[in-house]
Design a protein around this ligand. Structure first.
Ligand code: HEM
Length: 513
């Protein structure tokens, strides 16, 4: 072999070796959308409008393949060894260092027990929310400004905590501090990992302050759980025996929680430890706290901006709760709250949590070829944008639907109105997923916690609407630039994520009952 040939062969081998070592995916052949790093949102909106139903590449250091929504239908049920949601989460969240990614015991417990114990969890939720609202917002005899993000974060920490670990732990101040800070701290750890060159990560990342902090959370949560773990394991073991139903029923409600249920979802032969349960609990906090808080803050901003909706919602709430023996909502009464369901779905449509969802890693060794000929190489990350967020996508590329107000408007009864059309009665629920309603994902890996999330969000909104008038202040001052000029607080856009202004206030006043 001549020297140039040997050099070429060595070069190719080395570049493949480097690619393998650094796990760099082969290049995808799609047009690259322009990115203004100072404004990801506008860049993506422009790209959506430009490429319409064509695939394109978007992003900075870790670019993603953005698929048109309709194509996801042929991918949604692919198995993990072709297209993986969990591996993409592990990669995007730098699970190797942060401990984040998927947690099968959590996903299993959410899918099975949380789903099957709706009445039990609803009773606990309503009880905890009542306590949390009293403790967190309390009495407001006059219009009182409330920094709603912060208040809701604590209300969510308490109410989700009641279902995640039960009382007394969910009301422990150190615990609440961990729950409210964990998501932000661990996200900053993820960003720190990204700032280290890939080949140096194994050497440097374990010593980063934020990474040690993330590990510290695991130790702290394990410490909090340790005194109860023996009782939890014991309770769980005895729940397994059919003849021990009476024991299950005699357990205090606070043992009917996700941490205990997760013990039944370990792979055979794996024994739970306080550390492994701590990781499951932290994964639950990560999955539930920030997502719920963003959604609820947006709903509260929309309620303040549309005070004309409050009495319509209250009428529905009181009419349905009057059918319940003690006025509390149960599994069978929740779906009757159609206007409330529509309001929160519309708020979520206009204010999605991210500009790209359905993140998946292509794991099929030969890549995936789609019906339109698009080729998705092995190791690339794909996602889709929320289709009906705005009118950026030409309606001819969206699925046919009955006439409805422009997608650029907030229309609280959009979905309850749609459900009045023949054949649409059972569509357009808050928890419904489709290629065009993707906030909770879609397909095989869609969020299993969305049914619980819907009940928790609705229960919090119900408690607040029953107790307070919610608005932008007596003279409409709110966050605006002068009397009567209230503007909805801004939404911050950080790369592909959106966050409602965490410092903005809205006004609360006790209702005259
Ligand atoms: C408004 C609140 C929430 C939003 C917007 C949300 C959104 C999502 C999304 C987009 C996914 C990925 C789905 C996909 O790619 O197809 C997901 C996964 C997941 N969510 Fe949620 N979620 C919320 C609340 C919750 C809650 C309250 C829980 C638990 C109680 C939860 C537990 C999970 C779990 C365990 C997964 C991973 C499933 C798996 O690996 O199989 N989520 N969520």
């Amino acid at each position: 072999m001549s020297t140039p040939t040997i050099t070429t062969v060595v070069f190719i081998l080395i570049s493949f070796g480097i690619r393998w070592y650094l796990n760099i995916p082969p290049k995808a052949k799609f047009p690259q959308a322009e990115l203004d790093v100072g404004n990801w949102h506008d860049s993506l909106m422009k790209a959506k409008a430009k490429f319409q139903n064509k695939t394109f590449i978007f992003g900075g250091n870790d670019p993603r393949i953005i698929l048109p929504n309709y194509l996801f239908e042929e991918l949604k049920d692919l198995p993990d060894d072709q297209l993986s949601s969990r591996q993409s989460a592990h990669k995007v969240l730098n699970g190797k260092y942060t401990g984040l990614g998927s947690n099968p015991p959590l996903a299993g417990a959410v899918m099975k027990e949380l789903f099957n114990n709706v009445d039990g969890t609803l009773t606990l939720l309503q009880d905890e929310i009542h306590y949390a609202v009293e403790e967190g917002i309390g009495s407001c005899p006059d219009w009182t400004p409330v920094v709603i993000w912060k208040k809701l974060l604590r209300i969510v920490a308490l109410s989700s905590g009641r279902i995640l670990v039960g009382r007394p732990l969910c009301r422990d101040e150190e615990w609440i501090n961990m729950v409210t800070n964990y998501t932000a701290d661990v996200i900053s750890a993820c960003q720190d990992v990204l700032s280290v060159p890939r080949f140096l990560r194994p050497l440097i990342v374990p010593f980063l302050k934020s990474i040690r902090n993330a590990k510290n959370y695991r130790l702290q949560v394990a410490k909090k759980l340790r005194p109860q773990l023996k009782d939890m394991v014991d309770a769980h073991k005895r729940m397994q025996h059919d003849d021990d139903k009476s024991y299950f029923e005699s357990l205090p409600d606070d043992f009917h929680n996700l941490a205990v249920w997760s013990l039944g979802h370990y792979p055979p032969g794996e024994v739970p430890t306080t550390e492994s349960v701590a990781i499951t609990v932290l994964s639950g906090i990560f999955a539930a706290t920030h997502t719920m808080n963003v959604t609820l803050t947006n709903i509260l901003f929309d309620l303040a901006a549309h005070p004309e909706c409050a009495d319509i919602l209250r009428d529905e709430i009181e009419r349905i709760s009057a059918e319940e023996p003690n006025g509390k909502f149960r599994k069978k009464s929740m779906p009757k709250l159609k206007k409330l369901d529509s309001f929160i779905k519309e708020s979520q449509r206009v204010n999605p949590i991210g500009s790209a969802v359905l993140l998946r890693l292509v794991t099929a060794p030969k890549g995936i070829t789609l019906s339109n000929g698009d080729y998705l190489p092995y190791g690339t990350t794909i996602c889709v944008p929320p289709a009906r967020h705005t009118s950026a996508i030409d309606p001819k590329h969206l699925s046919p639907m009955p006439p409805q107000p422009s997608l650029d408007e907030f229309h609280p009864w959009r979905f309850s109105d749609l459900r009045q059309h023949k054949g649409q009665e059972n569509k357009h629920h808050f928890v419904t997923t489709s290629t065009e309603s993707t906030i909770f994902g879609h397909g095989r890996w869609a969020c299993p916690g969305r049914f619980f999330a819907a009940n928790e969000i609705k229960s919090i909104v119900i408690e607040l609407l029953r107790r307070y008038d919610i608005g932008v202040g007596p003279a409409g001052q709110g966050e605006g630039e002068g009397e009567g000029k209230w503007k909805r607080p801004v939404t911050f856009n950080v790369e592909m994520g959106y966050v409602p202004d965490p410092t903005a206030s809205i006004y609360f006043k006790d209702r005259d009952l």
